[in-house]
Design a protein. Structure first.
Length: 309
């Protein structure tokens, strides 16, 4: 892991040389306050978004994210879906309960408890990156409840993760370094440099960049470590080969975390799958990527409604 260590040390030196002038919470909430609710789920007080009417669409935010990450999705889809987005335990404004989730299945179990608490029948489920991993675990365990899948940059197998990101993830979750990483992700300069050069790339929408940093500040370190460490080991290819309901997979052509060619080839496992590769975009949510993904997902949801029973 020496290459990753050297990259991160270089970023740390740069961050230390600059004053950290950035704070959390500078961006006002774009989510409409009246759409944000609170429910008791198991022993947790869960904050969630509930917007729109129609067939339920449950969305799972990405690693140490929150419902705010979907501020462009929820209003776009609320005209033909009831959009439901919980903050996962230890993320956003949902605090941990008695136990820290130990990986992807525990988070999927939480999503199931959330769905049952709201009394949802059949529903769509989707997720972003490691949130898509949670959505896949959920769908593999509760397939009869799921009408369709929406997977954005899915981490569905170790084989599809780029080697550079796999090394970063192992370093970030390694015991001797994880405590330092937990502190560093609260340093805005270090965070921005890491994302710019090692994960997201340039041109990220400023609002989304601030939302992501705010999420990092409040995320629980144990949840972050367990989710990432477990998520990159999960393999859902066998499940995907059996899935014959509608599924949309969206990925940016220049994503630095996943192998885009592997995602293109998912159609070999799922002949019915719609695979959309968005050109001129990377892992970071640029204005171009945001507009394209909203248009793509909205079109898929509207078109696939014709096949609902």
């Amino acid at each position: 892991m020496h290459g990753v260590e050297n990259d991160l040390r270089r970023l740390l030196r740069t961050a230390a040389a600059r004053p950290d002038r950035h704070g959390a919470g500078r961006v006002s909430l774009a989510i409409k306050p009246e759409t944000v609710q609170v429910a008791e789920v198991s022993d947790l007080r869960v904050r969630y978004l509930d917007q729109g009417t129609g067939h339920p669409l449950v969305l799972v935010h990405g690693w140490i994210g929150s419902l705010e990450n979907f501020h462009t999705w929820s209003p776009a889809f609320a005209g033909h879906r009831r959009v439901l987005i919980p903050d996962l335990p230890g993320c956003g404004e949902t605090k941990l309960g008695r136990e820290t989730p130990d990986g992807v299945p525990a988070l999927a179990t939480f999503v199931r408890a959330f769905v049952e608490r709201l009394g949802l029948g059949q529903h769509d489920i989707g997720g972003i990156c490691l949130g898509a991993t949670v959505a896949l675990d959920y769908a593999s365990r509760f397939p009869d409840s799921v009408s369709r899948l929406v997977l954005h940059t899915p981490v569905y197998s170790p084989a599809t993760i780029r080697p550079t990101f796999a090394r970063q993830a192992r370093w970030l979750t390694w015991g001797p370094t994880s405590a330092a990483v937990a502190r560093l992700r609260r340093n805005r300069t270090f965070s921005d440099l890491y994302k710019r050069f090692l994960s997201e790339g340039p041109g990220v929408d400023p609002y989304d960049a601030q939302v992501n940093f705010d999420n990092q500040i409040r995320a629980d370190s144990g949840v972050a470590r367990n989710w990432l460490r477990d998520g990159i080991r999960r393999d859902y290819r066998e499940f995907l080969a059996t899935w014959r309901k509608p599924v949309l997979v969206v990925v940016a052509a220049d994503d630095r975390l996943v192998n885009v060619d592997d995602i293109r080839n998912l159609v070999q496992l799922m002949p019915q799958a719609e695979i959309r590769v968005i050109e001129a975009a990377g892992h970071g949510w640029t204005p171009t990527l945001i507009a394209a993904q909203v248009e793509t997902i909205g079109g898929f949801l509207r078109a696939s409604d014709g096949g609902m029973g």
